[in-house]
Design a protein around this ligand. Structure first.
Ligand code: CA
Length: 390
Protein backbone atom coordinates (compact mmCIF):
# COMPACT_ATOMS: atom_id res chain seq x y z
CA UNK A 1 0.00 0.00 0.00
CA UNK A 2 1.30 3.46 -0.92
CA UNK A 3 0.38 7.02 0.05
CA UNK A 4 -0.75 8.85 -3.10
CA UNK A 5 -2.00 12.25 -1.89
CA UNK A 6 -1.81 14.30 1.31
CA UNK A 7 -4.30 17.18 1.39
CA UNK A 8 -4.70 19.70 4.22
CA UNK A 9 -8.08 21.39 4.77
CA UNK A 10 -8.56 24.64 6.66
CA UNK A 11 -12.04 24.81 8.17
CA UNK A 12 -13.59 27.96 9.62
CA UNK A 13 -16.90 28.64 11.34
CA UNK A 14 -17.50 32.26 12.39
CA UNK A 15 -19.39 32.56 15.69
CA UNK A 16 -20.84 36.06 15.42
CA UNK A 17 -22.64 36.93 18.67
CA UNK A 18 -21.86 33.47 20.09
CA UNK A 19 -18.19 34.42 20.42
CA UNK A 20 -16.64 33.69 23.82
CA UNK A 21 -13.45 34.39 25.77
CA UNK A 22 -10.86 32.60 27.86
CA UNK A 23 -8.26 34.35 30.00
CA UNK A 24 -6.00 34.52 26.93
CA UNK A 25 -8.11 35.24 23.89
CA UNK A 26 -11.38 35.88 22.14
CA UNK A 27 -12.93 33.06 20.12
CA UNK A 28 -14.68 34.87 17.25
CA UNK A 29 -14.68 31.60 15.26
CA UNK A 30 -14.01 27.89 15.52
CA UNK A 31 -11.40 26.49 13.20
CA UNK A 32 -9.75 23.16 12.47
CA UNK A 33 -6.91 21.87 10.38
CA UNK A 34 -7.76 18.50 8.86
CA UNK A 35 -5.63 16.33 6.62
CA UNK A 36 -6.88 13.73 4.16
CA UNK A 37 -4.42 11.02 3.13
CA UNK A 38 -5.31 8.86 0.14
CA UNK A 39 -3.71 5.57 -0.85
CA UNK A 40 -3.38 3.48 -4.00
CA UNK A 41 -5.81 0.94 -2.46
CA UNK A 42 -8.61 3.49 -2.27
CA UNK A 43 -8.44 3.67 1.53
CA UNK A 44 -8.62 7.25 2.84
CA UNK A 45 -7.52 8.40 6.29
CA UNK A 46 -8.38 11.61 8.19
CA UNK A 47 -6.35 13.42 10.80
CA UNK A 48 -6.51 16.72 12.70
CA UNK A 49 -3.61 18.93 13.74
CA UNK A 50 -3.49 21.73 16.29
CA UNK A 51 -6.05 22.81 18.84
CA UNK A 52 -7.13 26.43 18.52
CA UNK A 53 -4.19 28.30 16.96
CA UNK A 54 -4.18 29.48 13.34
CA UNK A 55 -4.51 26.51 10.96
CA UNK A 56 -2.62 28.12 8.05
CA UNK A 57 0.95 27.49 9.28
CA UNK A 58 0.09 23.83 10.00
CA UNK A 59 -1.40 23.45 6.52
CA UNK A 60 1.74 24.99 5.03
CA UNK A 61 4.04 22.69 7.03
CA UNK A 62 2.13 19.68 5.73
CA UNK A 63 1.88 20.83 2.15
CA UNK A 64 5.36 22.28 1.62
CA UNK A 65 7.52 20.20 3.94
CA UNK A 66 6.03 16.97 5.30
CA UNK A 67 3.79 15.61 2.52
CA UNK A 68 6.62 15.24 -0.03
CA UNK A 69 8.54 13.10 2.49
CA UNK A 70 5.77 10.50 2.86
CA UNK A 71 4.34 10.28 -0.68
CA UNK A 72 4.88 6.77 -2.02
CA UNK A 73 5.51 5.38 1.49
CA UNK A 74 3.48 2.61 3.15
CA UNK A 75 0.96 4.25 5.57
CA UNK A 76 1.10 1.18 7.86
CA UNK A 77 4.67 2.20 8.76
CA UNK A 78 3.39 5.10 10.88
CA UNK A 79 5.95 4.52 13.63
CA UNK A 80 8.82 4.77 11.13
CA UNK A 81 7.23 7.74 9.34
CA UNK A 82 6.78 9.61 12.64
CA UNK A 83 10.49 9.26 13.42
CA UNK A 84 11.43 10.24 9.87
CA UNK A 85 9.30 13.40 9.94
CA UNK A 86 10.48 14.36 13.42
CA UNK A 87 14.15 13.81 12.59
CA UNK A 88 13.80 15.87 9.41
CA UNK A 89 12.24 18.83 11.26
CA UNK A 90 13.85 18.53 14.70
CA UNK A 91 16.29 21.40 14.25
CA UNK A 92 13.48 23.94 13.93
CA UNK A 93 10.30 22.10 14.88
CA UNK A 94 10.49 20.49 18.32
CA UNK A 95 7.31 22.19 19.58
CA UNK A 96 4.32 23.82 17.95
CA UNK A 97 3.45 23.93 14.27
CA UNK A 98 5.51 21.02 12.96
CA UNK A 99 4.44 18.66 15.75
CA UNK A 100 0.81 19.65 15.13
CA UNK A 101 1.31 18.84 11.45
CA UNK A 102 2.96 15.49 12.29
CA UNK A 103 0.03 14.80 14.67
CA UNK A 104 -2.49 15.27 11.86
CA UNK A 105 -0.56 12.98 9.53
CA UNK A 106 -0.03 10.33 12.22
CA UNK A 107 -3.74 10.21 13.13
CA UNK A 108 -4.65 9.78 9.44
CA UNK A 109 -2.08 6.97 9.00
CA UNK A 110 -3.50 5.05 11.99
CA UNK A 111 -6.98 5.59 10.54
CA UNK A 112 -5.82 3.96 7.30
CA UNK A 113 -4.03 1.13 9.12
CA UNK A 114 -7.12 0.32 11.16
CA UNK A 115 -9.33 0.35 8.08
CA UNK A 116 -6.85 -1.89 6.26
CA UNK A 117 -6.99 -4.46 9.08
CA UNK A 118 -10.72 -3.94 9.69
CA UNK A 119 -10.19 -2.97 13.34
CA UNK A 120 -10.74 0.26 15.30
CA UNK A 121 -7.70 2.30 16.36
CA UNK A 122 -8.22 1.38 20.04
CA UNK A 123 -7.61 -2.23 19.08
CA UNK A 124 -4.32 -1.25 17.41
CA UNK A 125 -3.45 0.53 20.68
CA UNK A 126 -3.84 -2.73 22.59
CA UNK A 127 -7.56 -3.08 23.19
CA UNK A 128 -10.43 -1.34 24.96
CA UNK A 129 -10.87 -1.25 28.75
CA UNK A 130 -14.29 0.36 28.21
CA UNK A 131 -16.64 1.03 25.29
CA UNK A 132 -17.79 4.46 26.47
CA UNK A 133 -16.02 7.22 28.37
CA UNK A 134 -17.30 9.22 31.34
CA UNK A 135 -17.56 12.80 30.06
CA UNK A 136 -17.00 16.18 31.60
CA UNK A 137 -18.56 19.31 30.11
CA UNK A 138 -16.15 22.08 29.13
CA UNK A 139 -18.07 25.36 29.24
CA UNK A 140 -18.75 28.37 31.46
CA UNK A 141 -16.38 30.62 29.52
CA UNK A 142 -16.68 34.39 29.56
CA UNK A 143 -19.66 35.36 27.38
CA UNK A 144 -22.07 38.20 26.71
CA UNK A 145 -21.89 41.80 25.62
CA UNK A 146 -19.52 42.92 28.38
CA UNK A 147 -17.41 40.00 29.53
CA UNK A 148 -15.72 42.10 32.21
CA UNK A 149 -19.01 42.82 34.02
CA UNK A 150 -19.24 39.99 36.55
CA UNK A 151 -22.57 41.13 38.07
CA UNK A 152 -24.49 40.89 34.82
CA UNK A 153 -22.83 37.64 33.85
CA UNK A 154 -23.58 35.60 36.99
CA UNK A 155 -27.22 34.57 36.29
CA UNK A 156 -26.41 33.36 32.75
CA UNK A 157 -23.30 31.57 34.02
CA UNK A 158 -25.32 29.75 36.70
CA UNK A 159 -27.99 28.83 34.14
CA UNK A 160 -25.34 27.48 31.78
CA UNK A 161 -23.82 25.35 34.56
CA UNK A 162 -27.25 23.98 35.49
CA UNK A 163 -27.94 23.11 31.84
CA UNK A 164 -24.96 20.73 31.82
CA UNK A 165 -26.21 18.91 34.91
CA UNK A 166 -29.66 18.66 33.30
CA UNK A 167 -27.99 17.21 30.16
CA UNK A 168 -26.55 14.39 32.27
CA UNK A 169 -23.06 15.58 33.21
CA UNK A 170 -21.77 15.06 36.74
CA UNK A 171 -18.44 16.77 35.98
CA UNK A 172 -17.98 20.31 34.68
CA UNK A 173 -14.99 22.51 33.83
CA UNK A 174 -15.15 26.29 33.93
CA UNK A 175 -12.78 29.21 33.24
CA UNK A 176 -11.01 31.64 35.51
CA UNK A 177 -8.18 34.08 34.86
CA UNK A 178 -9.77 36.96 32.94
CA UNK A 179 -11.03 38.94 35.96
CA UNK A 180 -9.49 39.93 39.31
CA UNK A 181 -9.40 36.81 41.47
CA UNK A 182 -12.07 38.03 43.92
CA UNK A 183 -14.50 38.34 40.99
CA UNK A 184 -13.43 35.03 39.47
CA UNK A 185 -14.00 33.31 42.83
CA UNK A 186 -17.53 34.76 42.81
CA UNK A 187 -18.06 33.11 39.42
CA UNK A 188 -16.80 29.77 40.72
CA UNK A 189 -18.98 30.10 43.83
CA UNK A 190 -22.01 30.89 41.64
CA UNK A 191 -21.39 27.77 39.56
CA UNK A 192 -20.89 25.66 42.70
CA UNK A 193 -24.17 26.93 44.09
CA UNK A 194 -25.93 26.24 40.78
CA UNK A 195 -24.73 22.65 40.43
CA UNK A 196 -24.80 21.64 44.11
CA UNK A 197 -22.16 19.87 46.17
CA UNK A 198 -22.22 16.51 44.36
CA UNK A 199 -21.26 17.57 40.83
CA UNK A 200 -17.50 17.56 40.24
CA UNK A 201 -16.06 20.98 39.42
CA UNK A 202 -12.79 21.57 37.54
CA UNK A 203 -11.24 24.99 36.96
CA UNK A 204 -8.99 26.14 34.12
CA UNK A 205 -6.93 29.36 34.19
CA UNK A 206 -5.23 28.99 30.78
CA UNK A 207 -1.97 30.00 32.46
CA UNK A 208 -3.21 33.41 33.63
CA UNK A 209 -1.20 33.66 36.86
CA UNK A 210 2.22 33.90 38.37
CA UNK A 211 2.75 31.35 41.15
CA UNK A 212 1.83 33.54 44.15
CA UNK A 213 -1.49 34.59 42.58
CA UNK A 214 -2.21 31.01 41.51
CA UNK A 215 -1.74 29.85 45.09
CA UNK A 216 -3.98 32.65 46.38
CA UNK A 217 -6.89 31.80 44.08
CA UNK A 218 -6.08 28.11 44.56
CA UNK A 219 -6.91 28.33 48.27
CA UNK A 220 -10.30 29.79 47.30
CA UNK A 221 -10.84 26.95 44.82
CA UNK A 222 -10.02 24.39 47.52
CA UNK A 223 -12.77 25.83 49.73
CA UNK A 224 -15.24 25.47 46.85
CA UNK A 225 -14.37 21.79 46.45
CA UNK A 226 -12.67 22.13 43.07
CA UNK A 227 -11.11 18.82 41.99
CA UNK A 228 -8.41 20.06 39.65
CA UNK A 229 -6.77 23.39 38.82
CA UNK A 230 -5.70 23.42 35.17
CA UNK A 231 -2.82 25.47 33.75
CA UNK A 232 -2.37 27.77 36.75
CA UNK A 233 0.87 29.28 35.40
CA UNK A 234 2.53 29.62 31.96
CA UNK A 235 3.67 26.28 30.50
CA UNK A 236 7.34 27.32 30.49
CA UNK A 237 7.31 28.04 34.23
CA UNK A 238 8.25 24.62 35.59
CA UNK A 239 9.39 26.04 38.92
CA UNK A 240 6.11 27.92 39.26
CA UNK A 241 4.10 24.78 38.53
CA UNK A 242 6.00 22.95 41.25
CA UNK A 243 5.54 25.81 43.70
CA UNK A 244 1.77 25.89 43.07
CA UNK A 245 1.50 22.10 43.29
CA UNK A 246 3.40 21.94 46.57
CA UNK A 247 1.29 24.73 48.07
CA UNK A 248 -2.20 23.42 47.25
CA UNK A 249 -4.12 20.28 48.14
CA UNK A 250 -6.11 20.08 44.88
CA UNK A 251 -4.76 18.31 41.79
CA UNK A 252 -2.75 20.37 39.30
CA UNK A 253 -3.45 19.56 35.64
CA UNK A 254 -1.55 20.74 32.58
CA UNK A 255 0.11 19.82 29.32
CA UNK A 256 -2.17 21.00 26.51
CA UNK A 257 0.61 23.39 25.42
CA UNK A 258 3.27 20.69 25.65
CA UNK A 259 4.56 18.53 22.84
CA UNK A 260 6.06 15.05 22.39
CA UNK A 261 7.61 12.66 24.91
CA UNK A 262 10.45 15.14 25.41
CA UNK A 263 8.19 17.94 26.63
CA UNK A 264 6.27 15.62 28.94
CA UNK A 265 9.51 14.11 30.26
CA UNK A 266 10.47 17.60 31.46
CA UNK A 267 7.01 18.20 32.94
CA UNK A 268 7.20 14.93 34.91
CA UNK A 269 10.82 15.27 36.02
CA UNK A 270 10.09 18.80 37.28
CA UNK A 271 7.13 17.39 39.29
CA UNK A 272 4.76 19.95 37.73
CA UNK A 273 1.47 18.07 37.36
CA UNK A 274 -0.80 15.53 39.00
CA UNK A 275 -2.68 15.02 35.72
CA UNK A 276 -1.09 15.17 32.24
CA UNK A 277 -3.19 16.58 29.40
CA UNK A 278 -1.54 16.01 26.02
CA UNK A 279 -3.73 16.92 23.05
CA UNK A 280 -3.60 13.96 20.62
CA UNK A 281 -3.95 16.37 17.68
CA UNK A 282 -1.07 18.57 18.90
CA UNK A 283 1.40 16.57 21.01
CA UNK A 284 2.25 14.05 18.28
CA UNK A 285 -0.74 11.87 17.36
CA UNK A 286 -1.33 8.26 18.40
CA UNK A 287 2.32 7.24 17.94
CA UNK A 288 3.58 9.86 20.38
CA UNK A 289 0.64 9.45 22.76
CA UNK A 290 1.83 5.88 23.40
CA UNK A 291 5.24 7.18 24.46
CA UNK A 292 3.84 10.03 26.57
CA UNK A 293 1.45 7.56 28.20
CA UNK A 294 4.29 5.12 28.96
CA UNK A 295 6.33 7.88 30.59
CA UNK A 296 3.35 9.14 32.59
CA UNK A 297 2.39 5.68 33.82
CA UNK A 298 5.93 5.10 35.08
CA UNK A 299 5.43 8.20 37.28
CA UNK A 300 1.88 7.05 38.25
CA UNK A 301 0.50 10.22 36.62
CA UNK A 302 -2.93 9.87 34.95
CA UNK A 303 -3.20 11.00 31.32
CA UNK A 304 -6.48 12.74 30.52
CA UNK A 305 -6.14 14.26 27.04
CA UNK A 306 -7.01 17.83 26.22
CA UNK A 307 -9.74 17.77 23.55
CA UNK A 308 -10.75 20.65 21.31
CA UNK A 309 -11.51 20.98 17.62
CA UNK A 310 -13.63 18.90 15.27
CA UNK A 311 -15.19 15.46 15.47
CA UNK A 312 -11.94 14.00 14.10
CA UNK A 313 -9.90 15.09 17.14
CA UNK A 314 -12.73 13.99 19.43
CA UNK A 315 -12.79 10.51 17.87
CA UNK A 316 -8.99 10.24 18.22
CA UNK A 317 -9.23 11.08 21.95
CA UNK A 318 -12.01 8.53 22.46
CA UNK A 319 -9.81 5.77 21.03
CA UNK A 320 -6.87 6.53 23.34
CA UNK A 321 -9.20 6.80 26.35
CA UNK A 322 -10.75 3.42 25.50
CA UNK A 323 -7.22 1.95 25.56
CA UNK A 324 -6.14 3.74 28.79
CA UNK A 325 -5.79 1.35 31.76
CA UNK A 326 -7.31 2.29 35.14
CA UNK A 327 -4.91 4.54 37.07
CA UNK A 328 -4.24 2.68 39.25
CA UNK A 329 -6.30 -0.51 39.22
CA UNK A 330 -8.95 -0.81 41.92
CA UNK A 331 -11.77 -3.29 42.42
CA UNK A 332 -14.29 -0.45 42.13
CA UNK A 333 -12.94 2.21 39.75
CA UNK A 334 -14.35 5.72 40.03
CA UNK A 335 -14.33 8.37 37.26
CA UNK A 336 -11.38 10.76 37.58
CA UNK A 337 -10.04 8.90 40.63
CA UNK A 338 -9.14 5.69 38.75
CA UNK A 339 -11.00 5.95 35.46
CA UNK A 340 -10.25 8.37 32.62
CA UNK A 341 -12.73 11.05 31.55
CA UNK A 342 -13.23 12.73 28.17
CA UNK A 343 -13.23 16.49 27.78
CA UNK A 344 -16.52 17.21 25.99
CA UNK A 345 -16.45 20.81 24.78
CA UNK A 346 -19.94 22.34 24.89
CA UNK A 347 -19.09 25.66 23.20
CA UNK A 348 -20.70 26.19 19.80
CA UNK A 349 -18.85 24.28 17.07
CA UNK A 350 -20.48 22.91 13.93
CA UNK A 351 -17.15 21.27 13.03
CA UNK A 352 -17.65 19.00 16.05
CA UNK A 353 -21.42 18.53 15.74
CA UNK A 354 -22.01 18.36 11.97
CA UNK A 355 -18.81 17.21 10.25
CA UNK A 356 -19.27 13.51 11.03
CA UNK A 357 -22.11 11.60 9.37
CA UNK A 358 -22.71 9.92 12.72
CA UNK A 359 -22.09 12.71 15.24
CA UNK A 360 -20.45 11.75 18.55
CA UNK A 361 -23.04 12.43 21.25
CA UNK A 362 -23.48 12.21 24.99
CA UNK A 363 -25.61 9.36 26.38
CA UNK A 364 -26.26 9.33 30.14
CA UNK A 365 -23.12 11.27 30.97
CA UNK A 366 -20.89 9.09 28.80
CA UNK A 367 -19.61 9.25 25.22
CA UNK A 368 -19.52 6.02 23.20
CA UNK A 369 -16.19 5.02 21.62
CA UNK A 370 -16.46 4.66 17.80
CA UNK A 371 -16.57 0.97 16.86
CA UNK A 372 -15.85 1.05 13.12
CA UNK A 373 -12.46 0.36 11.50
CA UNK A 374 -9.76 3.02 11.92
CA UNK A 375 -11.14 6.13 13.58
CA UNK A 376 -14.62 4.74 12.92
CA UNK A 377 -15.87 8.01 11.50
CA UNK A 378 -17.24 9.17 8.16
CA UNK A 379 -16.72 12.76 7.03
CA UNK A 380 -19.75 14.55 5.55
CA UNK A 381 -18.15 16.00 2.41
CA UNK A 382 -20.90 18.59 2.05
CA UNK A 383 -20.18 19.98 5.52
CA UNK A 384 -16.44 19.81 4.79
CA UNK A 385 -16.92 21.96 1.68
CA UNK A 386 -19.27 24.36 3.49
CA UNK A 387 -16.64 25.29 6.09
CA UNK A 388 -13.49 24.84 3.98
CA UNK A 389 -11.41 27.91 3.17
CA UNK A 390 -10.16 27.69 -0.40
CA1 CA B 1 -7.46 24.00 29.08
Amino acid sequence: MKITTVTPFILRMPLGRERFFSSQSAFPERNSLLVRIETDTGLIGWGEGGQWGPPEPVAMAIEAVLAPKILGKDPRQHGCLWELLYADTRDFGQKGTYIEAISAIDIALWDIHGQHLGVPVHELLGGAFRDSIHAYATGCYYRGEDVLDVETALPALAAEARSYVEAGFDLLKMKVGLLPIAQDLRRVAAVRQAIGPDVGLLVDANHAYHPATAVRIGHGLEELGVLWFEEPVPPEDRRGYRQVRESLSLAIAGGECEFTRYGFRDLFLSECVDIAQPDIAAAGGFSEWQKIYALASSFNIPVIPHVWGSGVALAAALHVLAATPPFPYTAHPVALENEPVIEFDRNPNALRDELLRRPIQLAEGRVPVPKGPGLGIEIDEEVLVRYSVA
